[in-house]
Design a binder for this molecule. Structure first.
Ligand SMILES: Cc1cc2nc3c(=O)[nH]c(=O)nc-3n(C[C@H](O)[C@H](O)[C@H](O)COP(=O)(O)OP(=O)(O)OC[C@H]3O[C@@H](n4cnc5c(N)ncnc54)[C@H](O)[C@@H]3O)c2cc1C
Length: 449
């Protein structure tokens, strides 16, 4: 942990040391800020890229895969050699109890279905496209594109509810359009035919990467070192008590009563949190998913070969699992993996989640052998849930903060489901470019300590 409060006045203060906070700091320094202070209540940088150690096992809180062409690497090129290259494949536990390709398999979902099923599927697609005029929810969206029968047969309908953390018929369609475009891409006849006959591209695809064996700490410490070398300071593991605007500057009071002053304030923390710190009233609670991750070690027959498996079956609370030992090697001869569960679906209870996972995988003849729960982790604010025009409400909150001069960005700061570090990087770059056009600092007007 770095605590470098060597100046009380900063050109800019950044709240949150996740990807958005690190990228924002890099941009601010590049654009001429002489000193930037980053404050986070976590004791580490990297935000919700979190790993947990239990004994000799290092698990991830969720499933994280990165790419070598990520724009994040333009800010932090020293990260690239630290990642481990992997060759992942993605599987899907189907409602029929088999393991197939993710997200859809032409062979298993279509070809092997047989004439009666084909008729049923085609008529349900024709029905949906003819009569479903008003597409309001994520479920309407998916039904429109692949029809009700295929939605059930593939298990996509069941998965959508696990993915969103809410029944898919209550999730705003705008979110589905933004995040589930692949359904549309898979579902048009032209694309289906094209996919069946297309040759593999000549150019090599980008490399798929995971964090170093030791964990995320090694990665993001390097990013911090680069930023520190350029004039950034970090205060980690410290809560913020309040934020005030005074004489065109921002005073950030930390829980230890120490105050720091920033001429510019970029926030990447949850919208409700920054409103609260500024003493602003929150008119509506924005719902988010709390992610419960279970960590297991295993010895025996796991029943599938893909390192990442999604639960598309009708039962079981778990959403996805990632076999870390496929990337890092076994530990004490045992495989080890993380299982993601929406905490709401198991009453925020670890033993309920564990027994649900055991029962469900056993029923599907997965993980036959010695399965040990090594630990668990609860992550608040893992994903935004888009119901009742939550995105519009978030946008007006961001605009209200902007009027106060606070630039709220990032997955939590915009209440925007940014699925990848790539997306967060691009959005941070775009936001800082458009939020303060022409904002630069000259050496002479940078405040002294
Ligand atoms: C489970 C999961 C799986 C993911 N998988 C991938 C993947 O495979 N590949 C990929 O590229 N990306 C993945 N992502 C997405 C990617 O991580 C996000 O795009 C990115 O982390 C968003 O970064 P952020 O900085 O906007 O938000 P966060 O990472 O959430 O950072 C926000 C920071 O704000 C801090 N904070 C919150 N409240 C306060 C407060 N009151 N005071 C001070 N600090 C505060 C938090 O401690 C945190 O450090 C995944 C994310 C999750 C949650």
């Amino acid at each position: 942990m770095t605590n470098s409060l060597d100046e009380a006045r900063y050109d800019a203060v950044v709240l949150g040391a996740g990807i958005s906070g690190l990228v924002a700091t890099s941009i601010l320094l590049r654009d001429g800020a002489r000193n930037v202070l980053v404050v986070d209540e976590y004791a580490w940088s990297g935000g919700n890229h979190i790993d947990c150690k239990f004994g000799d096992y290092t698990f991830d809180v969720g499933s994280y895969i990165f790419q070598d062409d990520s724009p994040l690497l333009a800010h932090f090129p020293e990260l690239l050699p630290l990642y481990i290259q992997i060759y992942p494949s993605w599987g899907r536990l189907t409602p029929q109890g088999g393991v197939s390709h993710y997200p859809l398999s032409i062979k298993d979902d279509l070809l092997s279905a047989g004439p009666l099923e084909w008729l049923w599927m085609v008529s349900s697609i024709i029905f949906a496209r003819t009569f479903r005029r008003r597409i309001r929810s994520a479920k309407d969206f998916a039904t429109f594109w692949i029809g009700r029968r295929l939605l059930e047969r593939t298990g996509l309908g069941y998965y959508l509810s696990r993915f969103y953390g809410f029944p898919a018929d209550q999730v705003d369609v705008k979110f589905a359009e933004k995040r589930m475009l692949w359904i549309k891409e898979h579902a048009t006849l032209r694309n289906l035919v094209g996919r069946a006959f297309r040759r593999a591209p000549n150019v090599a695809p980008n490399q798929q990467l995971v964090r170093p064996r030791e964990g995320f700490g090694v990665l993001y410490r390097k990013a911090m070192e680069r930023l520190e070398g350029q004039g950034a300071g970090f205060v980690l593991g410290t809560k913020i008590a309040r934020v005030q605007r005074q004489n065109g500057e921002f005073s950030i009071v930390l829980a230890n009563d120490r105050a720091i002053v920033g001429r510019r304030l970029v926030s990447t923390i949850p919208l409700a949190r920054i409103q609260d710190l500024c003493g602003l009233q929150t008119h509506r609670e924005l719902k988010t998913v709390t992610l419960l991750t279970l960590f297991y070690s295993f010895s025996g027959e796991r029943g599938f070969k893909q390192p990442i498996l999604y639960n598309f079956s009708s039962e079981g609370a778990w959403k996805r699992l990632t076999i870390h030992s496929d990337f890092y090697g076994r530990c004490h001869g045992r495989e080890f993996f993380s299982v993601e569960v929406n905490a709401e679906h198991v009453a925020h209870d670890i033993s309920t989640a564990d027994s649900d996972f055991r029962t469900h995988t056993c029923d599907n003849r997965l993980f036959l052998g010695d399965l040990r729960l090594e630990g668990a982790h609860m992550l608040d604010n893992a994903y935004p849930i888009y119901t009742d025009q939550a995105d519009e409400h978030a946008a007006s909150t961001v605009a209200a903060l902007r009027k106060l001069g606070i630039e709220s960005i990032g997955r939590q700061g915009r209440f925007d489901y940014q699925p990848t570090a790539r997306d967060s990087t691009l959005k941070a770059e775009a936001a800082l470019r458009s939020d303060q056009p022409g904002q630069t600092w000259s050496r002479s007007d940078a405040s002294a300590p």
